[in-house]
Write a protein of this length. Structure first.
Length: 377
């Protein structure tokens, strides 16, 4: 059995290097390293894939979220509601812009932002909701859109873990996540479902005016060289990363399907194990792209399980061990522990197993049998 990786980027590269290497070499030979043709090609191809009017590439996923908020004109003191159970970047950018983060609990089943908790958190100062499509599972966008319309709020989708996922509305319409709200943001960090070989990100919107503003922000506020029309930042996707992403983009759907197949095999192995709860999925199969395969273990020492797996040569992860409302940087007297019952429980139960496009049956059998033996004592 080959060595198990949490994410097997080397194995994935070996399958596509005949496409990736010439694409990178072309950038090197043309020396168009910043905003070169490869960036524009990738932008157009991603717009077509997502069926969105505007993709604005940028330097990383955190910048994508920050720039999206800057583009919407949010002001210091404006309240922005987001999930307590997610990576810190989501709330980090809210704080950096001197906005007021409002953290709310998540659903016990799909780990995504809880709609009733959002409703309770809305005040006259609330200006935006940031749903996170966590672990690759779409958040309940239909309910979020309805709520945002009722309260005149912006929706900023954090799609860093779910690019390629389809959200299906009640009327049967399918839309790519990241294109439903006012603006979407994603990361192309190497381990993502669509990852580059460094840092990268992008912002999506169907709003022409917002797209124009954001294009200026990512490039020092310039639309014309040395003319700074808006306050901007330096956040551009470099051409080598665009070359990698453009080579991978035609394979994204097959990559996501490979992840779903691996998830199905995990599910089958764990289906009769009393103390293990496999990832919940609702609606159509394609609304989950399994950036992570995250179990909940109950009546089991999760940290001891993680240690045991590592000793057996099985990498694993705990995403996330500490709620954001308990992080030193984001602690706030406004928060009541009673409002975070689900998150406070999840951080003690969740464990993520290896999940990537190169997983094979032998590896999955070894991983699942090792987990089951530990859980069953």
């Amino acid at each position: 059995m080959k060595k198990i990786q949490m994410v097997d980027l080397k194995g994935q590269y070996n399958g596509i290097k005949d496409v990736v290497n010439p694409s990178i070499q072309e950038v090197i030979e043309t020396t168009s390293f910043i905003n070169g043709p490869k960036v524009h090609e990738f932008q157009k191809n991603l717009e077509n894939y997502l069926n969105v009017k505007h993709v604005i590439p940028c330097a990383n996923g955190t910048d994508a979220l920050q720039i999206a908020m800057m583009g919407l004109g949010l002001k210091p003191g404006d309240e922005v509601i987001t999930a307590d159970f997610t990576f810190a970047a989501t709330v980090e950018v809210i704080a950096l812009l001197k906005l007021t983060p409002v953290l709310v609990d998540v659903n016990e089943d799909d780990f995504n932002i809880n709609i009733e908790a959002v409703k309770k958190a809305i005040t006259p100062k609330t200006k935006a909701i940031v749903p996170v499509h966590l672990f690759g599972q779409c958040a309940n966008m239909e309910a979020i859109v309805e709520l945002a319309k009722a309260h005149n709020l912006f929706i900023i989708e954090d799609t860093a873990q779910a690019i390629g996922a389809n959200y299906t509305f009640a009327n049967g319409e399918k839309v790519k996540v990241g294109t439903i709200g006012d603006v979407g943001a994603t990361s192309f960090f190497p381990s993502k479902n669509l990852g580059c070989y460094g840092d990268g990100g992008a912002i999506f919107t169907n709003n022409d005016e917002l797209a124009h503003t954001i294009r200026g922000i990512v490039n020092h506020g310039m639309y014309e060289r040395y003319h700074h029309d808006v306050v901007g930042v330096n956040s551009r996707l470099d051409s080598i990363q665009a070359a990698v992403l453009d080579a991978k983009l035609p394979l994204l759907d097959s990559y996501n399907e490979s992840r779903r197949l691996a998830a199905n095999k995990y599910d089958k192995a764990f289906e009769n194990i009393e103390n293990i709860e496999t990832p919940y999925r609702y609606g159509a199969e394609d609304n989950h792209v399994f950036h992570q395969y995250t179990l909940k273990v109950k009546g089991v020492d999760r940290d001891a399980l993680a240690k045991h797996l590592n000793e057996k040569g099985i990498p694993c992860g705990v995403y996330y061990p500490i709620p954001l409302h308990k992080q030193k940087a984001y602690a706030d007297d406004r928060y009541n522990e009673e409002d975070f019952k689900v998150t406070n429980t999840l951080v003690k139960q969740v464990i993520s197993l290896p999940m990537h496009t190169e997983l094979d049956d032998e590896q999955i059998e070894y991983i699942t049998s090792t987990v089951i033996k530990f859980v069953n004592g």
